[in-house]
Design a protein around this ligand. Structure first.
Ligand code: MSP
Length: 761
């Protein structure tokens, strides 16, 4: 009976302060796939994913954004949810650690553990990395730019000394060792299990569970000057989701006590990344042992009781940490692949396939975009797609219906069995590998039987061959449904397999597997898996050392420049919170008539007038007009917005180029001579510029990259692919060089703060 067949899978609860990247997506897609498979296989399966909100960081960020804390967190939660909704992840609960039900539960747990002396007060002196929300020891740090920093965030940890409450983990030393011994598959993969045992055997130390200086979090029920430190709060999320309600009347048959989902369920799996394995594999079972009193005490030593396993998770499935360009992907260093954006560019299936089939869960890998496309093209677009296409096209020649009985001997029983076994072991890669091997054998069968020839010579046999192929494919689709539910749903529909999604979602995988089907080809010309081109190989970018030369004529006009080269990890078009807030504040305080700004603009105007340039508008004036009409600065990209605001404030024009698009290393500022070609921003056609104009020319390349004060060319446009920018601002006789440098410094600071930029030169 379904009710008795419980399964529970969780993702880590993600920190609220960054939209999920593919590292987070990885845990979620594993959990979703495992959940789907159990759900369609007649399990009462649950899948929870949450956000981890209680931290001091939230208070700081909300203050910076000028919002009440809960409004701020609500908006972040909404953004998180959108990501998982985009992927249609089938979670059964999405809750937050600020929710009432969670807070109440954590307080209940804390009281219980405190009452039995597992929590005690102590003065704490240590280092804490806010990025990891974790305490650090000297051994955990690495040397970087002369400082001892956290290897993941490249920042020095904070030094702390305060009163804290501690959890008496040391008391559970023997209990833990016995627990691991009795549950050798508790940590998957096995090498992580060995690490955990080695760590435990070295000696378990008590750990701090509260903070005195934090104001935002769950207050300790026995000392409200302290709030719970992130892990004691966060880990219990897994239990809260099973604990919060009881449905109906206990004496009624339909009564469901949600706690049963934890306590009466032997299958509880936590999918996590390797960085949080210690918390899940050591702290968490000990906390549960403390809360549920899972021990017997003999001579002051706590021992594990085998029957208590039902209160503990059955497995901690530890995923790999992948790097991008050889560096750990992290919110703090901006080398992030965003799953939604990436899937829109390619497809959801490409991302899922690559993550789940290229690497076994547990190892570290580099995310290689090229390999991801090649893997998808080979496995889904070619292997799967071509076979499907052949069956559909040839089948439609037989009046679009395939209905004879199975004739050929290719055993999918074995494939189905190993597929299920692998999924039940959470070995998703092997399950996919088996599938593609099976599809290879089907492709080979088609090549041998040549149904296109049979159609002409022996239509009866052609029908048999095509039916068998369709039936074997149907078995594959049923299996792949857990991985690619949307695409498989599409397939069922187009091949006239009615109500398949509904039946699967009800848990009827086995019934469908054993069903005899008739295939009706509803539509033959559609492409299920579009093939993707590899991105054009970009020329290896050599180190450019850009130099500006100002010709004598221009110097006579009083022109000088200050410049900087900046590495930009990502040019994001959506304006971020902090930049938004900064721009808003600056706009509130702006004085368009301040004397320095006015001076510069007057001098520019003088220059335009002298040269009869009536159509010229200084960029700062252009921006001023926009602001005065809407009181907003146009939202172009985080990079452009970061300097536009300074251009508006200072009255200076600021120019920016994508370094990879500059052909030469020398930029010459000169008076135009009519020969140069100029492509204005967003224009396809070249135009001539007036001979009196001064312009920036990429030396010897006859292209103008910047025209006069204001018009930048399309050639060196900063776009989503831009990695390095060259930025400069121009001096005219209305201001001094110090003013110019000060403005540029502010632009650099903005680029560092809001775009993760790094000044190179
Ligand atoms: N809030 C804690 C988890 C509490 S669970 C009770 C946390 N949050 S996190 O948002 O920083 O990370 C969530 C998960 O994403 C972790 O399992 C982490 O290992 C994983 N990953 C973050 N970056 C990753 C990669 N680059 N690659 C793979 N997984 C990564 O930790």
């Amino acid at each position: 009976m379904k009710q008795n067949n419980k399964f529970y899978v969780t993702t880590p609860i993600y920190y609220w302060n960054w939209l999920p990247h593919v590292g987070h997506f990885y845990s979620s897609v594993i959990a979703n796939t495992i959940h789907k498979f159990h759900k369609i296989s007649w399990y009462n399966s649950r899948f929870t994913t949450w956000i981890d909100e209680n931290s001091q960081k939230a208070v700081i960020k909300a203050e910076e954004a000028g919002l009440p804390i809960m409004d701020y967190l609500d908006s972040m939660a909404k953004e998180h949810k959108k990501v998982w909704e985009f992927f249609n992840f089938d979670y059964t609960d999405f809750i937050r650690t600020t929710s009432d039900r969670h807070q109440k539960l954590v307080q209940k747990v804390l009281s219980h553990c405190y009452d039995k002396w597992d929590i005690y007060e102590w003065i704490y002196e240590w280092m804490y990395c806010v990025g990891c929300e974790a305490f650090k020891k000297d051994d955990d740090l690495i040397e970087y730019e002369g400082k001892n920093v956290c290897p993941d965030h490249l920042k020095e940890p904070d030094h702390l000394k305060e009163k804290n409450y501690f959890f008496k983990l040391s008391r559970y030393q023997t209990w833990m060792e016995e627990f691991y011994e009795a549950n050798s598959d508790f940590v998957n993969p096995n090498f992580r299990y060995n690490e955990v045992i080695a760590f435990t055997k070295r000696w378990l130390e008590d750990f701090s569970i509260s903070r005195e200086t934090n104001t935002f979090g769950i207050p300790l029920p026995f000392d409200n000057t302290q709030v719970t430190y992130v892990w004691f709060d966060a880990l219990f999320n897994y239990y809260t989701a099973c604990n919060y309600s009881r449905w109906g009347d206990r004496n009624n048959d339909n009564f469901i006590d949600e706690r049963d989902f934890w306590e009466e369920n032997p299958n509880k799996v936590h999918v996590i990344g390797k960085d949080i394995v210690r918390f899940h594999a050591i702290f968490w079972p000990a906390m549960l042992a403390s809360y549920f009193d899972l021990w017997e005490e003999i001579d002051w030593v706590l021992h594990y009781k085998k029957e208590d396993i039902k209160y503990l998770p059955s497995q901690v499935l530890t995923g790999w940490f992948f790097t991008v360009d050889g560096q750990k992907m992290s919110k703090s260093i901006w080398n992030v692949i965003e799953p939604v954006e990436y899937s829109k560019q390619y497809s959801k299936e490409l991302l899922t396939l690559y993550m789940l089939s290229a690497f076994p869960i547990g190892n570290d890998w580099d995310y290689d975009r090229k390999d991801a496309i090649l893997t998808y093209n080979a496995k889904l677009a070619n292997n799967f797609g071509n076979l499907l296409n052949r069956v559909v096209v040839l089948g439609s020649k037989l009046w679009g219906e395939l209905k004879v009985e199975q004739k050929h001997e290719i055993s999918f029983t074995k494939y189905n069995k190993t597929f299920s076994e692998n999924l039940l072991k959470y070995d998703l890669k092997s399950a996919l590998d088996e599938t593609f091997v099976f599809l290879d054998s089907l492709n080979k069968f088609v090549d041998e039987e040549k149904p296109w020839e049979l159609l002409k010579n022996n239509p009866k046999k052609a029908e048999e061959v095509l039916f068998d192929l369709a039936e074997w494919l149907r078995q594959v689709w049923l299996n792949l449904y857990s991985f690619f539910p949307e695409k498989m749903g599409e397939l069922f529909e187009r091949l006239g397999l009615e109500n398949y999604v509904e039946e699967l979602e009800k848990g009827n995988l086995e019934e469908l597997r054993n069903k005899t089907e008739i295939f009706k080809i509803v539509k033959k010309d559609w492409i299920l898996f579009e093939r993707f081109e590899l991105p054009e190989e970009k020329e290896e970018e050599k180190e450019k050392n850009i130099k500006i030369t100002i010709t004598k004529d221009c110097e006579d006009l009083g022109l000088h420049m200050v410049s900087a080269m900046i590495e930009i990890p990502k040019v994001i078009t959506r304006r971020n919170w902090w930049l938004k807030k900064y721009i808003k504040e600056e706009l509130e305080n702006i004085d368009f008539n301040n004397s320095e700004r006015k001076n510069i603009l007057d001098k520019s105007q003088e220059f335009y007038d002298k040269n009869n340039a009536d159509d010229a508008t200084h960029p700062s004036v252009h921006l001023q007009r926009i602001v005065e009409s809407s009181w907003k600065l146009p939202n172009i990209s985080n990079v452009v917005d970061s300097y536009n605001i300074e251009s508006l404030k200072s009255g200076l024009s600021i120019w920016v180029h994508d370094v990879s698009k500059l052909k030469w290393e020398e930029i010459v500022i000169k008076i135009a001579n009519w020969n140069e070609i100029f492509f204005p921003l967003w224009w396809k056609n070249a135009i001539n510029i007036k001979s009196w104009e001064y312009a920036c020319v990429d030396s010897t390349w006859e292209r103008i990259i910047c025209r006069m004060d204001c018009k930048q060319s399309n050639d060196t446009l900063v776009d989503k692919e831009t990695k390095k920018i060259f930025i400069y601002t121009q001096w005219n006789s209305g201001c001094d060089k110090e003013y110019l440098q000060k403005t540029l410094n502010q632009v650099i600071k903005n680029l560092e703060d809001f775009c993760g930029g790094k000044l190179i030169k």
